[in-house]
Design a protein around this ligand. Structure first.
Ligand code: NAD
Length: 341
């Protein structure tokens, strides 16, 4: 395969690039990334000599088309997105620009060039949220009911991809994954945020709705799921990718404090962000039964390893912290309505 991995300098994209060159050393990998504040070339430092890197915007139809031709790409894996729910509250426009219009432009470039596969990365969040105490789960047939600018923009991108399948026969697949954790996650997201702050003996900002839960999957297990879908998935299909392992914001804070040997008194309650979803839980029966996928990283061990990775990689996350455009709770204070550019 000759893959274009968009968003390849971000968290999951860079882990996927590393995964792919290790598991498929004969394939060609081109990482494509516009390098927003969340994109970081050093994420690819240990594989730079085995890949090509192109700096570009998925919304730039001509630029993407030229890249597809120059590298004779036959598979696109689209991770490129604005991905931070909190930032989306303050600056929704950039989310719709990249996640909807950018995804459409990328699909259009893929259609013009002709690819064997267009794989689009989506999220459990497009299905809306669940009550904390319900037995409901999201299947691939659950209607989309997004509630936040981030998950509405992801839903729009998914619809664009599906329209290209139906209308133009684009050979696309989609995976909707639960919350990922692991190395190289930007320190604005909850696990690296809590870990980096705990390591510096700073307060952990725990949302008021501290029992709101997420389903957690190690990024390596996500990469293996995408590999299976690329090799054995059916064009036009969507696959949910979830671990079934849930943990609340408070449980994550407690686990990080325990792993770093810091006191529980570092927890500090902050106001919820508006439209804070309570819970998502995926039914992943389809990918498990049809493609034989199952998660391999046990959550407690994966979390402990992840906390240890951040403790060992201070020089990686310290400079990134200053680039984070949003401070939790900004929607309540004088900064409400705006984010740092
Ligand atoms: P991230 O923010 O770490 O990385 C996103 C990358 O995309 C960055 O490198 C950024 O520079 C790049 N990018 C942004 N706009 C771009 C554009 N217009 N053109 C080219 N590149 C652009 O995000 P992530 O956590 O790695 O998420 C990757 C994908 O996975 C996203 O589509 C996200 O919605 C999805 N997802 C993430 C999770 C999770 O828990 N992190 C869960 C499910 C789905």
């Amino acid at each position: 395969m000759r893959l274009l991995v968009t968003g390849g300098a971000g968290f999951i994209g860079s882990n996927f690039v590393r995964y792919w060159v290790e598991h498929h050393p004969d394939d060609t990998v081109v990482a494509f990334d516009v390098l927003t504040y969340a994109g970081n070339r050093p994420n690819l430092a240990d594989v730079e000599d085995r890949i090509a890197f192109v700096q570009g915007d998925i919304g730039d139809l001509e630029g993407v088309t030229a890249t597809l031709a120059a590298h004779d790409i036959d598979v696109i894996v689209n991770f490129a997105a604005e991905s931070h729910n909190s930032l989306a509250i303050l600056d929704p426009t950039r989310f719709f620009q990249t996640n909807v219009m950018g995804t459409q432009a990328l699909a259009e470039a893929a259609r013009r060039h002709g690819v064997a596969r267009f794989h689009h990365i989506s999220t459990c969040e497009v299905y809306g949220d669940l009550p904390l105490d319900s037995d409901e789960v999201f299947t691939e047939e659950t209607p989309y009911r997004p509630r936040t600018p981030y998950n509405a923009s992801k839903a729009g991108g998914d619809h664009a991809v599906r329209a290209y399948v139906e209308t133009y026969g684009l050979p696309a697949t989609i995976t909707n994954c639960c919350n990922n954790y692991g190395p190289y996650q930007f320190p604005e997201k909850v696990i690296p945020l809590f870990t980096s702050r705990a390591l510096d003996d700073q307060a952990l900002p725990v949302y008021q709705s501290s029992q709101n839960k997420r389903e957690w999957l190690h990024v390596d297990d996500h990469c293996r799921a995408i590999d299976l879908v690329l090799h054995h998935g059916t064009v036009g299909e969507t696959y949910n990718v979830g671990s079934g392992v849930e943990a609340s914001v408070e449980q994550i804070a407690d686990a990080v404090l325990a792993a770093t040997g810091r006191p529980l008194s570092l927890k500090e309650t902050v106001p919820d962000r508006p439209s804070h979803d309570r819970r998502y839980l995926l039914d992943s029966t389809k990918i498990r039964t049809q493609l034989g996928w199952e998660p391999t990283v046990e959550f407690e061990q994966g979390l402990a390893d992840t906390v240890a990775w951040y403790a060992d990689h201070r020089s990686w996350w310290e400079p990134l912290r200053d680039r984070a455009p949003v401070v939790e709770g900004a929607w309540e204070g004088p900064a409400a309505g705006g984010a740092r550019p």
